[in-house]
Design a protein around this ligand. Structure first.
Ligand SMILES: Cc1ncc(COP(=O)(O)O)c(C=O)c1O
Length: 505
């Protein structure tokens, strides 16, 4: 008879020290200390880590910080199990890593698992995308989430049920890697009038969100070592995909007219590609002026470079004239336009599209085929009906009004409760605002302090490749009701009143 296996005893970790004064967030410090302990053999394979509550109390930090550190270790493969009901040091750590005796010699960042990764594998593994707390349900003031509770779920379910009931054979098998043709037609008809994009349905390639769009473009257009212009501050997801393909990011600053093309030309005149978000620069909100757009296209022409245009949320324009896409101005077929349904509908749909020059459609479809063949056909068909039956434009109009009101409420609440601490300007577009901190205050420290108290923001500097003169916090508001916004701002006021970084600043 097999003996019942006793649960391994959790070991004490009281020897761990974290430094709250350090610029590195506490959850990252904790994650690094635990990783070092695993690598040095202090924490052996199979050892049970203390519970998150116990460790938080022992170290005098919040449980959230411990959970974030554990989630990171879980993602990296150093621990296994389930956070909250038993987390164990992974049994299958490579021997080579376990023999590392010197804790001051951490694993190479680009080889986190100590495996024999390829050069490309190392680039992919080290391309940093996001913090564990970046994702999750809507919560004050998590970034990038639309009002998911306002999505017409019942209607969508009816459309889905209709397809599954009819089960047309062509939707139950393999389809075109360029996408479901009626959806490509619907998108081509939409982006012309709505975004000023010039294209035929054949130029539309359906992808699983912008992220895959950037990844496919990087695979097709870049060789390892190629330089690419990236906006700073800028979108980390795109930068990671470009770096994952081996590209060398050249930071190009952004001002109130968007990407400063001249600086790019000085830093790297022959970059292979420029990644831009001209209609609503992420994260500053700048709209690229017409002279800058023309300057960028002229540079691309002269340098024989590509332009990747990320148009992720500019449908939400609340005032001023709609801004046409850069693609519509391009006469040399150098612009790859990227659109997504993540912000206008739901991130979980994982549906987006590329508009590529006519002669590139085959190459992109092939790249998609190699990656994952195509997005689920029924989802594509449902989205087609959603657009063609008018529900898409109705939802968009409704969300535009709702988000404009939510931004107004956020600005008003901040004006009343956070005056002198955060300065927030009206943003004509999008789902987030930049809340500027007083000069000299570390936005990373403030962001970490807020996170310890359950308030999600993103430090502006964490999206930058260069030091910035003034820090800020990015606040998402689209998914929050006015009541949640008022409550979030009040809570923020209380938490910031006791924020050491603000007192020191
Ligand atoms: C600048 C930018 N581009 C694109 C996306 C959307 O990515 P996806 O379509 O892959 O969900 C985001 C989401 O946060 C973003 O901030």
């Amino acid at each position: 008879m097999a003996l019942p296996r006793s649960k391994p005893r959790a070991i004490p970790l009281s020897g761990l020290t974290l430094n709250p004064e350090d610029d590195t967030p506490l959850h990252r410090q904790l994650c690094d200390r635990l990783r070092e302990a695993i690598l040095s053999g202090t924490l052996r394979a199979g050892t049970r880590l203390p519970g998150t509550r116990t460790l938080a109390t022992e170290l005098g930090i919040s449980r959230n910080t411990v959970v974030n550190a554990f989630e990171q270790l879980l993602a990296e493969g150093y621990v296994t199990g389930k956070i909250g009901s038993g987390t164990y040091v992974a049994c299958k750590l490579p021997d080579t890593l376990l023999q590392v005796g010197n804790v001051t010699d951490p694993p190479k960042l680009n080889d986190p698992h100590g495996r024999n990764l390829s050069r490309r594998g190392r680039m992919v593994a080290s391309a940093y995308i996001c913090e564990p707390h970046d994702h999750g349900p809507p919560s004050a003031f998590r970034l990038g989430v639309p009002a998911v509770s306002e999505f017409p779920i019942a209607l969508w379910s009816r459309l889905v049920a209709r397809y599954w009931r009819q089960s047309p054979a062509e939707l139950l098998s393999y389809g075109s890697s360029a996408g479901y043709y009626p959806l490509r037609e619907a998108i081509a008809s939409y982006v012309g009038p709505a975004r000023g994009v010039r294209c035929t349905p054949q130029q539309v390639i359906i992808v699983s969100g912008s992220q895959q769009g950037v990844d496919l473009a990087a695979r097709l257009l870049l060789d390892p070592g190629d330089s690419v212009w990236v906006e700073t501050p800028g979108y980390r997801g795109a930068r990671a995909a470009l770096q994952g393909a081996g590209a060398r990011p050249i930071p190009v600053p952004v001002d109130e007219q968007g990407l400063v093309v001249e600086v790019g030309q000085q830093r790297e005149p022959y970059a292979r590609l420029a990644y831009v978000s001209p209609s609503h620069q992420y994260p500053t909100g700048a709209v690229m002026s017409l002279p800058r757009r023309l300057q960028l296209l002229e540079w691309a022409d002269q340098a024989d470079a590509w332009v990747l245009e990320d148009d992720y949320d500019s449908e939400y324009r609340y005032s001023g004239r709609p801004i046409s896409a850069l693609q519509g101005l391009d006469r040399s077929e150098r612009v790859i336009y990227i659109g997504t349904f993540s912000k206008v509908l739901l991130p979980t749909l994982r549906l987006g599209y590329l508009i590529v020059p006519p002669d590139m459609a085959g190459a992109f479809a092939n790249a998609r085929k190699i990656a994952d063949i195509h997005s689920p056909l029924v989802d594509q068909a449902v989205l087609t009906d959603f657009i063609n039956e008018g529900h898409f434009s109705h939802h968009l109009r409704r969300m535009r009004t709702l988000y404009a009101e939510r931004q107004r409420v956020l600005l008003e609440a901040a004006r009343q409760a956070l005056d002198g601490v955060l300065t927030i300007n009206h943003n004509e577009t999008g789902m987030h605002v930049v809340a500027w901190l007083p000069a000299g205050v570390s936005d990373q420290a403030v962001c970490e302090h807020l996170l310890l108290h359950g308030i999600y923001t993103r430090a502006l500097s964490s999206d930058c490749l260069e030091p910035i003169p003034r820090g800020g916090l990015l606040l998402g508001y689209a998914a929050l009701t006015p009541e949640q916004i008022w409550a979030g701002v009040q809570r923020m006021r209380e938490v910031l009143a006791a924020c050491p970084a603000l007192q020191a600043g």
